[in-house]
Design a protein around this ligand. Structure first.
Ligand code: SAM
Ligand code: SF4
Length: 475
């Protein structure tokens, strides 16, 4: 069912906004977090039903420490049943930081004269990707400021270039994008280039607050941004990621905004967002931000658990903006993807020297500077399954199809074996001895835990094929 197509058939004309701040505030004001209700809501989510905005609001209003623990426990259980113990790994690759907008929280904003502007040349992009492949990366997100130079043709070009770079056994198998919203035709172009997810973060779902942070340029138009991913869907790009930047407005409001956005996409296109991101504002060059809406660490952890319960089947991304301790804790509440070995300064993956972060060269400060291998080792030590899997996207299991596959057990049956195969590739091609030792142990344990004997046997055969030099095998 495509309500939007019928209602708004003129391409690229902004549709009516689907966010009503009065409605969201009313829901928040009236949601009572009494203990029996909170238990029922957690039960509902554990039965793999998406929560309503009213139910989500009751969770956000919970402050009783025992109930908050119950919410976190629920999120932990839900994560285990739906996603198992795998964590998908990726790296961001900043292509260019020219920007015509003036977002007050961002080091790339046009008015920041201290920012060192750079757009990587094709040769530099190639070197960066070779360096990322040498580390074992298979999944990238290409990141761009908002500038005429970074139009759909250029994004498509960079995507194709990323897929074309092969070094040793290295290759990039999935290129996601975080860039300025495109028009329908633009989304069509980048889809044809083979992108995975196109992410557009709304930053804040509160229109008045939005105005105060987005002072100039195309991004100042709240509705144009809000409807970006509708245009993506109209273009046939059904793999989209949403997000809010936490610290711009009341975090509870933003959680409801994300749920409302998810409901909207599902109602109109039969498919919700593939991923939700929830960055917190970090230090940046010439940062101009108040402290009123700062989200504390404990609120942040609770918020992640609530989102997990609210949208059980949506991937959740937690980036290296957050320090290692918070990432290690919050992974348990429902995060499904993290970045590893992240470097934000343009062109820095191919530089050997590990210099201090220079905020004038990056968008913001990252607080987890572990290498990809260090992260993989820690995940293994906690019995998690690091994954570079790209099978669903490459086999066409995205969007509406992906939702069909998101039935209980499916992800575990397909994702766990695929995670194991991609981890095995990493261990064979890139891991130091010590990591490889830990990795094979975890692989063996995870194979043993698989419920289906046929899958187990097939998986073992495929691992032998990998050991004999084959690559890119999947279920
Ligand atoms: N220029 C594109 C746009 O604005 O849509 C790409 C986005 S930007 C390169 C990626 C995201 O980083 C932004 O959408 C914002 O949520 C986040 N971000 C910007 N400044 C940040 C800061 N100081 N701390 C943490 N995240 C930040
Ligand atoms: Fe530009 Fe994006 Fe930064 Fe805003 S968040 S200043 S649009 S790069």
């Amino acid at each position: 069912m495509k309500f939007i197509t019928q209602q708004y058939s003129i391409p690229d004309v902004p549709m009516q906004p689907f966010i009503d701040p009065v409605e969201i505030h009313n829901i928040l004001d009236n949601a009572k977090p009494d203990s029996a209700r909170i238990k029922d809501i957690i039960e509902k989510s554990l039965s793999k039903n998406r929560l309503s905005m009213q139910e989500t609001a009751a969770l956000t209003n919970t402050t009783d420490p025992d109930l908050v623990e119950m919410i976190k426990d629920g999120a932990r259980k839900l994560k285990e049943t739906i996603y198992g113990n795998r964590i998908v790994l990726f790296a961001p690759l900043y292509i260019g930081n020219k920007c015509k907008n003036n977002c007050t929280y961002c080091g790339f904003r046009a008015s920041n004269k201290d920012a060192v502007r750079k757009t990587l040349s094709d040769v530099e992009i190639t070197h960066e990707i070779e360096a990322l492949e040498d580390n074992g990366q298979k999944r990238l997100i290409l990141v761009f400021g908002e500038h005429d130079q970074y139009d759909a043709d250029y994004i498509a070009h960079c995507t194709k270039l990323a897929y074309s770079v092969k070094k040793g056994n290295g290759e990039i198998r999935r290129v996601n994008i975080n860039a300025a919203p495109l028009k329908i035709e633009g989304f069509r172009k980048v889809k044809e280039a083979g992108i995975g997810t196109f992410q557009v973060f709304q930053e804040t779902y509160h229109p008045e607050a939005y105005k105060t942070y987005h002072l100039r340029g195309k991004k100042a138009d709240f509705n144009y941004r809000l409807t970006s991913l509708d245009r993506a869907q109209e273009a046939g790009l059904d793999d989209v990621g949403i997000g809010a930047l936490f610290g711009l407005y009341d975090w509870r409001y933003e959680v409801l905004g994300l749920v409302r956005h998810t409901n909207h996409l599902e109602a109109c296109y039969n498919v919700g967002p593939h991923t939700i991101s929830f960055p917190r504002i970090k230090d940046a060059s010439m940062l101009q931000m108040g402290t009123k809406y700062i989200v504390t660490d404990s609120e942040f952890a609770k918020m992640i658990a609530i989102l997990r319960l609210a949208v059980p089947y949506t991937g959740m991304i937690l980036t290296a903006r957050e320090p290692k301790e918070i990432r290690n804790e919050c992974i348990n509440y429902g995060v499904s993807q993290i970045d590893g070995g992240t470097k934000l300064e343009l062109g820095s993956y191919s530089k050997t020297q590990n210099a201090e972060q220079n905020l004038n060269k990056g968008q913001f400060r990252i607080n987890d500077e572990r290498s990809l291998n260090e992260i993989i080792e820690e995940l293994l030590e906690h019995n998690m399954l690091p994954s570079f899997c790209t099978a669903c996207y490459r086999l066409g299991r995205t969007g509406e199809h992906f939702m069909e596959f998101s039935v209980p057990g499916f992800i575990k049956r397909f994702c766990s074996p695929n995670a194991i195969l991609t981890l095995a590739e990493y261990l064979l091609d890139y891991a130091p001895k010590n990591t490889a030792h830990k990795g094979w142990k975890v692989i063996e344990k995870n194979i043993e835990a698989l419920p289906d004997e046929k899958v187990k046997t097939k998986l073992r055969e495929r691992i032998i094929e990998l050991k004999n030099g084959k690559r890119d095998l999947c279920f």
